[in-house]
Design a protein. Sequence first.
Length: 190
Amino acid sequence: MEEQKNKSIGNIALRIFEIILGIIFFICGIYQIASIFLKDSEASRNTTLVEGNNTSITDTTQNNEEEYNVGEIYQDKKIAIKFVSTDENFKGYSKYADIKSGYKILKANFEIENLGDSDIYVSTSDFSCYADGYDCEMFWQVDDAIFSSTLSTGKKTAGSVYFEVPENVNDITIEFTDIFISNKVVFRVK
């Protein structure tokens, strides 16, 4: 009798586990479907950028592989990123800095604004750099090498990112990838 009671309790526990697992799979499936629809609707709209008295239209119907140059702004309904400036031959690093032979330091300045309804977190680690298609290492041997901010709705931050790039490079891009935007944003340096 005791063995049958234990078997019955085991069967009930197994059924509860199966139900919980089924609910988790159902929720994950709904999330996947919703993210597909949100991504498609966001990619198919046009975004209007306004800065001062200048208004320009940016078409984001593609996979957001459009490249932005210095002075231009990427914007969606959650975030705006302005590519402020670059210094392709930055020298303001520590005199003890260890720079690889044949390399130089690239500095890029950005301004980021939270346009969404909730706080967002942005940092240096959201950026990556590619020189002639190859990944470049971040350069940390400067005073302001790291920036990070949690931005409330309507708040802004500004920061610089530094990368070690080959001296004789032909093509440099910086990518911003963050959980708040569904695609990466590409900024053209050279």
